[in-house]
Design a protein around this ligand. Structure first.
Ligand code: HEC
Ligand code: HEC
Ligand code: HEC
Ligand code: HEC
Length: 178
């Protein structure tokens, strides 16, 4: 036990376990993009608790389903095209994740790698209106996920303008890097 802790501390100080690839603990607040390769667009604060328990649907009427974002954590039968990858046989919910035999949740970055990282094949998707498949690196995947919903929410409820970052509000959604 003692040695495990010492080893863990050593790995943490080396930065090797700083970015968890999977976990069963739902974060309250996270900072995304801490390792941004951009010299302009840095950290992105994200309140996971707000997005998972408050009424954060575009119309403000419903709590989001976990799989709105964790899209691979649902059974094949509930996937809506163009999604096709399923890595969980039951729908991810707080309750299903609490089961002793439930697998941890993978971070988006476990699959949606940063540009230039070719340690695994990059997820891609064929959209009907595009001539070729779109490669979904972290920048593309997160922007689609966060921005489509925020733009819909602002369109449905103009009072949210200034409270929610729209897709062109690069800063403040990202803190300036440097
Ligand atoms: C609005 C999008 C969104 C919703 C809704 C959402 N999550 Fe998340 N979740 C994220 C993001 C983004 C992360 C951070 C991933 C990262 O660090 O790359 C995350 C991280 C997690 C993690 C930690 C994973 C890790 O590797 O550290 C768990 C566990 C988790 N979510 C479970 C849930 C559950 C259960 C629900 C539903 C009750 C839920 N999430 C709803 C976006 C969401
Ligand atoms: C809703 C918040 C939000 C908005 C608005 C937004 N981004 Fe992002 N951006 C993100 C997130 C989240 C990531 C991926 C974070 C991660 O991989 O940890 C990201 C990733 C990036 C990256 C890649 C960083 C890297 O090297 O991994 C760049 C570059 C970037 N954004 C630029 C922009 C620009 C330019 C705009 C405006 C046109 C913009 N972003 C708007 C949230 C946002
Ligand atoms: C296990 C690997 C994996 C994980 C984890 C993962 N993705 Fe994906 N993602 C994919 C693959 C593969 C696709 C292509 C479609 C498919 O095969 O279902 C995709 C597609 C997408 C798309 C395009 C969907 C569309 O309808 O246009 C978005 C946006 C996206 N992912 C965002 C995220 C976010 C945000 C997270 C974390 C909360 C995440 N992904 C976690 C593998 C993953
Ligand atoms: C499916 C919808 C949806 C998705 C996906 C989503 N958001 Fe949001 N987000 C909202 C709504 C709705 C609000 C505003 C709620 C309100 O104030 O009533 C919001 C608010 C915010 C705010 C303002 C502070 C707060 O917590 O209220 C930030 C920052 C933010 N989102 C960042 C993100 C980032 C970064 C992502 C992607 C990782 C993301 N959101 C994904 C719906 C979404």
């Amino acid at each position: 036990m003692k040695y495990t802790i010492i080893l863990l501390l050593a790995l943490v100080s080396l930065g090797l376990v700083a970015q968890e690839k999977e976990s069963k603990t739902q974060p309250k607040e996270v900072t995304l993009s801490k390792d941004s390769q951009s010299d302009k667009y840095g950290d992105v604060p994200f309140n996971h608790e707000n997005h998972s328990i408050k009424k954060y649907s575009p119309d403000g009427q419903a709590v989001l389903s976990c799989v709105e974002c964790h899209h691979t954590d649902q059974p094949p039968a509930s996937l809506k095209p163009p999604l096709k990858t399923s890595e969980r046989a039951v729908l991810l919910t707080t309750e299903s994740l609490a089961a002793a035999d439930a697998k941890p949740v993978k971070s988006c970055r476990a699959c949606h790698l940063q540009a230039g990282d070719d340690s695994a094949p990059m997820p891609a998707i064929q959209y009907p209106d595009k001539p070729a498949p779109t490669k979904l690196n972290n920048e593309v995947a997160y922007h689609l996920n966060c921005n489509i919903c925020h733009d819909k929410a602002i369109a449905a409820r103009p009072a949210l303008k200034g409270k929610v970052p729209g897709s062109n509000d690069c800063i403040p959604c990202h803190k300036p890097a440097g």
